[in-house]
Structures are given as structure tokens and as C-alpha cells.
Ligand binder design. Structure first.
Ligand SMILES: [Zn+2]
Length: 207
């Protein structure tokens, strides 16, 4: 489902599904994990040019942080400001390293049949807007617990994000936001994306 430009209100992004939200410059979006422990894959595009999307890599080279913090400005791949993080109600538990899950990832775990994914969710949301995309941008993974050990190894030791945790972002230009309730419902050894491999709804408020 797509929310029209400037619409304000509250919506539920169903477990394993995605929605898009068109923000006017200056509007804010609150993303909530009401049950906790649920990764929210977040993508954002310049509403006037879908070729320009939020890029975590271009963001962290300026913020010098691998997790977004209040007052951090997210940049696009053309290094233009697109969103500002206003509030973090999730104790800094976010990730900007993991790519969006996709069919190939699940096949790697032995799935033969189609498995929902954040990549497919994004592709479908954009298709409903008349946009056929061939590139899945690196998402910001809100409510996703990863960290890097001193020896450089990357770990995802378990999703400890509390129920009701949230983030608030402000659009610095007219922005298309896409939010996916990550369908990662498996728990490979030492790697947990959603708490106990359970996938739950997200809530979104635009104001
Ligand atoms: Zn995912």
C-alpha cells in the first residue's frame, strides 16, 4: 500500500510486508516496533528522482558512525541531505551494514520455494508506483542488533530491542520512504535478526 504525498496518520505495516510513505519536506515519520525485536528495513528516495536514494555508506563517512544517532543527517548516494534522525527510542540498536534479505539468501539456507524478503517487498512496492527497479539500495536496518568485534568480525547476537521502541526521522526534501517488516524467520547458529525468529507488525506515524 502507498500513502499519498503529505498524508498524516497512523498505519500498520503487517508482518513480512512493506508500505511506502510520501513525505513533504519538513514532515516527520515515526517507526515503531510495538512488540519489540523486529527489524525494520528502511529505504528512502528523492521523490523527484528515484535515481537518488539514501545511502548508508555516504552517510557514515560524514557522521563517522556505523549506527544512526539523533541529529545525524542521512545522505543520498549523490551526497545530498535527505533525512535527519530526530529521536532514537531504541537505545541505538540499528544497523547500516547488512544488505536487504532476498530470495538468494533464503535459498542459501536450503529454502527451495519462494520466501518473502525485504528486496521483494521493495520491488513490489515500487512496481505498484509504476517503477521497475533493478537495484536494491543498502537499507538502514532499524531495530537490528549487529556489532563489530575488535578483530573485525561482524556479529548479530540476538535482537534485544524492547517493545515500543521507535525512531523519528524528518524529511529534508520531499521523500519517498519504504518500510519493510523483515521476513527473516530463521535463526542460523549465532545469527538472529528478529527475536526468536518471530516476525511481527510495525507501526508508522506521519506527522
Ligand atoms: Zn529482510
Amino acid at each position: 500500500m502507498n500513502k499519498q504525498l503529505g498524508s498524516e496518520g497512523k498505519w500498520t505495516v503487517r508482518a513480512k510486508c512493506a508500505m511506502s510513505f510520501d513525505l513533504i519536506k519538513g514532515q516527520k515519520i515515526r517507526i515503531i516496533t510495538p512488540h519489540g525485536h523486529q527489524a525494520a528495513d528502511f529505504f528512502a528516495y528523492n521523490l523527484d528522482s528515484y535515481e537518488e536514494w539514501l545511502s548508508p555508506m555516504h552517510t557514515w563517512i560524514i557522521t563517522k558512525s556505523l549506527v544512526p544517532r539523533p541529529n545525524d543527517i542521512f545522505l543520498t548516494r549523490f551526497r545530498n541531505p535527505i533525512l535527519k534522525m530526530i529521536e532514537d527510542g531504541a537505545e541505538g540498536i540499528h544497523d547500516m551494514l547488512l544488505p536487504a534479505c532476498d530470495q538468494f539468501r533464503y535459498e542459501g539456507f536450503g529454502y527451495k520455494d519462494p520466501h518473502g524478503s525485504c528486496s521483494e517487498n521493495l520491488t513490489n512496492v515500487m512496481r505498484r508506483r509504476g517503477q521497475e527497479i533493478t537495484i536494491i539500495p543498502q537499507p538502514v536496518n532499524f531495530f537490528t542488533n549487529t556489532s563489530i568485534n575488535p578483530d573485525g568480525t561482524l556479529i548479530a547476537p540476538g535482537n534485544i530491542v524492547k517493545p515500543g521502541s521507535y525512531v523519528v526521522l524528518e524529511a529534508l526534501i520531499n521523500t519517498l520512504c519504504v518500510i519493510s517488516s523483515c521476513p527473516f524467520d530463521i535463526r542460523p547458529e549465532g545469527w538472529e535478526i528478529n527475536g526468536s525468529g518471530k516476525v511481527t507488525d510495525l507501526e508508522v506515524e506521519v506527522f
